[in-house]
Design a protein around this ligand. Structure first.
Ligand code: ADP
Ligand code: ZN
Ligand code: ZN
Length: 731
C-alpha cells in the first residue's frame, strides 16, 4: 500500500437520475464518516450533497480512479438506520434512483451544502396577566380570536402556528401587544409545547373502536378506521396516541395537503402535554429542518405533517396515523413518485408498530386490504354529536338555463339557507371564469398553442390562461377564424359562479377558495378563519373546500358539476367523484343544525350516481370493487406506467416500442400500448406512455428491475425524457 491512501471507500447516494450509489474515498482512515450522514462530493463538474450508504465498500473501480469526498457535512447521521432502510426499500419499490429519493426525503435546507447551522429564531407569544380594562374592543374580531388561542394552555404559542391558523396577523398582534395583553418570547426550539386538555366522553362506537385498537398492543397492526364525516375519528386517534405517548413513544400524524392542519394542530396542541413538531407550508426551510432535527433527536413527541413528513426520522416511533388516507395528495406526482400511505404502511411494518388509516371514504385499495384481513376494519357509522347525515339529492339541469353555472332551484335552496342566517358552500371543481372561449358563429374554441387543451378564461373574461403550461394572453376581440365578434364564455368556473352569487346576494359576505384567490401567502388561512368565526356566509371553491373543515353554521352544500367523474377515461375517476361528493357533503350539518346537499347533474339516472345516492359510499365501493375485479384492475391487478415525452411526436413512441420489446409478456404480465397520453401535447412536448399490467406484484417487480437496468441503454432513450410510475394514480 502506498501513502496516497486516505481512507476506506464509501458508497454515496448522489442526487442525479442514475440508479445506484457512487464510490468515493473517505477523508480519514481512523475516524470513518458515518452511514446516513451527508457529504460534499464532486460529480463530473458539479459539487453535490450526497448521503453515505455504505462504508468499507469493495469498489469495482481501482482505488486510483476514485476521488475523495470533499467534505463531511454532519457530525451525526441525518438518516438513521431505520429511515435509510425505508428509503432504500422505497427507491427499490418505486424504481427510482436512490440519490434522488434521499434528496426528496431531506428538508430543503439540508439539501444544500452548508455545514454550520446558524440557529433559526423561533418566535412565540404568551399572554400577560392584566386587568379587563385593556381588552380589545368588541368589533376587533381577529384580536379576540388570537387572544383566545394564546390564552389557551399554559405555554407560549408559536408564531408559525398563529400564521397557519389565521394568515395575516401582524396588525392584530401588534395591537394586542400595545394593549399589554401579550408579549413576544423566544421559544427554545422549533417544537411547540402542548397542554393537557380534557377529553370528551366517548360514544359507544368510539369506545369500542378505541378498545379494539388498544387491545392489540404494540406490534404491527394496520387498521382501517372507516368513519363517516364527523364520526369522531380524530378523538379515536387521540385515545390511541395518549397510550403511545404515555409509553414514551413518538407519534407520526400524516394529513393531506390543504387546509386540514390548522384546526387539527390546534386540537392536538390543546390536548396533549407533549412537544409537537409541525411540518406545514407556513414554515420556513430553516424551521422545517429544525423540526426534522428535533424529531431525529427524539425530542418531538408528535410530528404532524403532510406527505413528505412520512420520512421524518423518529427513533422512538410508536404509532403512525394517516388521516384521510384516500386523499390523492399522498401520492407524489413527479420525481420520486411515492405514495405516503403505502410508505407509511411499510414503515410501520419495519418498526413493528401499529398504524391507523382513517377515512370516511376509504380508497378501494384499503377496503380490499380490509376484506382480505390484511387490515383490521373498524367502523364509525354515525356522527359523534348525534347529528344526522345530510340528505343528498340531485337537481336535473337538462334544458334548464344556468346563471353563472347555477340553476334556479339551486339558487332558491342557497337563498333559503342564507336567509336563515346559515352558511352555504358552493363547490365547483374548476377554477377561472369559464373553461373555454368559443365563437358563436363558427364554433372555434380558443386553443393553447402548446397544449392539446382549450384556454381557460380568467379576470372576468378579459384574459386567457392555460392550466397546463401557464401560457396566457388577452382575450381577442374577434374570432381569428371567421372574424365574428360574438365570442362567448362556455361553462363556468369558480370566478363566474362567485360573480353570479355576489350579484344575486349583494349583502352576503362571500369568499372564494381556489388556487388563484388564495395564492397570496396567508390568504387561505385568513379566509378560513373568517368562515370559522361566522363572518363569511357564502363559500365558493374547488376541492380545497372538501377537506377536513368543520364549520358549525354550514347547513347547505351545493355541488355544481358531478358529471365529469361519470364519463372519464381514467378508471379511478368514478372513485374520486364518489369520494369528493361524500366528502363535500360531509361538510354540511356537522353540529345541531340539520344540513342538506344538492348536486346538479345532466345524468340523474346514471347507475354510478344512483348507487352512490341510494346506498352511500359503501354501496358504491362494493360495486366499484366488483367491476375492478372483473377487469383485473387495481387492487386486483398491479400497474406500472412508463412515461416518455419529447419535442417531436415520434421519439416517445419509438422509445416506448423499444421498451415494450424488452419485456417478456406472458399470461401474467401484459404490455398495454404504447399509446399517446390523454393530453398528447403539453407545454410543447409530445407525451406517450406504456402500461404494464400484472396479476401479481411478484411478477411485475422483477420485470421492472430488468427495465430499470436496460431502459437508459435503449437507442431511443437519449431522445426522450422518461420516468417509471409504480402504482400510478392518474392514467
Ligand atoms: P371526523 O374526524 O370523524 O370527521 P371529528 O373527530 O372531527 O370527526 O369529530 C367531529 C365533531 O364531533 C367534532 O366537533 C368533535 O369535537 C366532536 N366529537 C367527537 N367525539 C365526540 C364525543 N365523544 N362527544 C362529543 N363530541 C365529540
Ligand atoms: Zn368564428
Ligand atoms: Zn398550454
Amino acid at each position: 500500500m502506498s501513502g496516497v491512501e486516505i481512507g476506506p471507500t464509501l458508497r454515496v447516494a448522489v442526487p442525479v437520475p442514475l440508479y445506484g450509489g457512487f464510490d468515493y474515498l473517505d477523508l480519514d482512515a481512523t475516524d470513518a464518516t458515518p452511514i446516513g450522514s451527508r457529504v460534499l462530493v464532486r460529480f463530473g463538474k458539479r459539487r453535490l450533497v450526497g448521503v453515505v450508504l455504505e462504508t468499507e465498500v469493495k469498489s469495482d473501480l481501482p482505488r486510483e480512479r476514485l476521488r475523495p469526498i470533499e467534505a463531511r457535512l454532519d457530525d451525526a447521521p441525518v438518516f438513521d438506520d431505520e429511515l435509510l432502510g425505508l428509503l432504500r426499500w422505497a427507491a427499490g419499490y418505486y424504481h427510482h434512483p436512490i440519490g434522488e429519493a434521499l434528496a426528496t426525503a431531506l428538508p430543503v435546507a439540508l439539501r444544500r451544502a452548508k455545514t454550520d447551522q446558524t440557529p433559526n429564531r423561533h418566535r412565540g407569544w404568551q399572554a400577560v396577566p392584566s386587568d379587563t380594562a385593556n381588552e380589545p374592543v368588541a368589533h376587533a374580531k381577529r384580536q379576540h380570536e388570537l387572544l383566545d388561542v394564546i390564552r389557551t394552555g399554559v405555554h407560549p404559542v408559536a408564531h408559525s402556528h398563529l400564521l397557519a391558523r389565521f394568515g395575516s396577523i401582524h396588525a392584530p398582534l401588534k395591537a394586542l401587544e400595545r394593549r399589554g395583553l401579550i408579549e413576544e418570547v423566544d421559544l427554545p426550539g422549533a417544537l411547540e409545547q402542548g397542554s393537557a386538555g380534557t377529553a370528551p366522553a366517548l360514544t359507544d362506537m368510539q369506545r369500542e373502536a378505541v378498545e379494539q385498537l388498544i387491545s392489540r398492543g404494540e406490534g404491527f397492526h394496520p387498521t382501517l378506521l372507516e368513519g363517516v364525516t364527523g364520526s369522531g375519528k380524530t378523538e379515536v386517534y387521540c385515545r390511541q396516541m395518549a397510550e403511545v405517548l404515555a409509553a414514551n413513544r413518538q407519534v407520526l400524524f400524516l394529513a393531506p395537503e390543504i387546509g386540514l392542519t390548522p384546526q387539527l394542530i390546534e386540537r392536538l396542541r390543546t390536548r396533549f402535554d407533549a412537544s409537537i413538531g409541525v411540518l406545514h407550508s407556513q414554515r420556513s426551510d430553516g424551521e422545517r429542518a429544525d423540526v426534522w432535527r428535533a424529531a431525529r433527536a427524539g425530542d418531538a413527541d408528535i410530528v404532524i405533517g403532510t406527505r413528505s413528513a412520512v420520512f421524518t426520522p423518529m427513533p422512538r416511533l410508536g404509532l403512525i396515523v394517516v388521516d384521510e388516507e384516500h386523499d390523492g395528495s399522498y401520492k407524489q406526482q413527479d420525481g420520486f413518485r411515492y405514495h405516503a400511505r403505502d410508505v407509511a404502511l411499510r414503515r410501520a411494518q419495519q418498526c413493528d408498530i401499529p398504524i391507523v388509516l382513517g377515512s370516511a371514504t376509504p380508497a378501494l385499495e384499503s377496503l380490499h386490504n380490509a376484506d382480505r384481513s390484511r387490515f383490521a376494519h373498524l367502523k364509525l357509522p354515525e356522527r359523534a354529536t348525534g347529528a344526522a347525515m345530510p340528505p343528498v339529492r340531485v337537481i336535473d339541469i337538462r334544458s334548464r338555463p344556468l346563471l353563472g353555472g347555477l340553476s334556479d332551484p339551486m339558487l332558491a335552496h342557497i337563498e333559503r339557507h342564507l336567509t336563515a342566517g346559515n352558511q352555504v358552500m358552493v363547490f365547483i371543481n374548476r377554477r377561472g371564469y369559464a373553461p373555454a372561449l368559443s365563437c358563436h358563429d363558427c364554433g372555434w374554441i380558443a386553443p393553447c398553442e402548446r397544449c392539446d387543451a382549450p384556454l381557460t378564461l380568467h379576470g372576468g373574461g378579459a384574459r386567457l390562461q392555460c392550466h397546463h403550461c401557464g401560457a396566457h394572453q388577452n382575450t381577442p376581440a374577434q374570432c381569428p377564424g371567421c372574424g365574428s365578434k360574438q365570442l362567448i364564455a362556455l361553462g363556468a368556473g369558480t370566478e363566474r359562479v362567485a360573480g353570479a352569487l355576489r350579484s344575486r346576494f349583494p349583502d352576503v359576505r362571500l369568499a372564494r377558495f381556489d388556487r388563484d384567490s388564495v395564492a397570496r401567502k396567508g390568504r387561505l388561512e385568513s379566509q378560513l378563519a373568517d368562515v370559522a368565526s361566522g363572518e363569511t356566509q357564502l363559500l365558493v371553491g374547488t376541492q380545497m373546500l372538501a377537506k377536513g373543515h368543520d364549520f358549525a353554521r354550514l347547513t347547505c352544500v351545493a355541488v355544481l358539476d358531478v358529471d365529469g367523474g361519470l364519463f372519464s377515461a381514467d378508471f379511478r375517476a368514478a372513485e374520486h367523484m364518489a369520494q369528493l361528493v361524500t366528502q363535500v357533503a360531509g361538510r354540511a350539518g356537522r353540529s345541531d343544525l340539520p344540513g342538506e346537499v344538492w348536486l346538479q347533474t345532466r345524468h340523474p339516472e346514471h347507475p354510478l350516481l344512483h348507487r352512490l345516492l341510494s346506498g352511500g359510499y359503501d354501496a358504491f365501493a362494493r360495486a366499484a370493487l366488483a367491476e375492478r375485479r372483473e377487469a383485473a384492475l387495481p387492487p386486483f391487478g398491479y400497474l406500472c406506467l412508463l412515461r416518455a415525452e419529447a419535442q417531436d411526436i415520434q421519439s416517445p413512441q419509438a422509445f416506448l416500442e423499444q421498451a415494450a420489446a424488452t419485456i417478456h409478456s406472458d399470461e401474467q404480465i401484459a404490455c398495454w400500448g404504447p399509446v399517446p397520453a390523454p393530453m398528447q401535447r403539453r407545454a410543447g412536448r409530445f407525451r406517450a406512455h406504456l402500461l404494464l399490467h400484472s396479476s401479481t406484484r411478484a411478477r411485475l417487480h422483477p420485470a421492472l428491475d430488468h427495465w430499470q437496468r436496460v431502459l437508459a441503454e435503449l437507442p431511443g432513450a437519449r431522445r426522450v425524457r422518461w420516468s417509471i410510475d409504480v402504482d400510478p394514480q392518474d392514467l
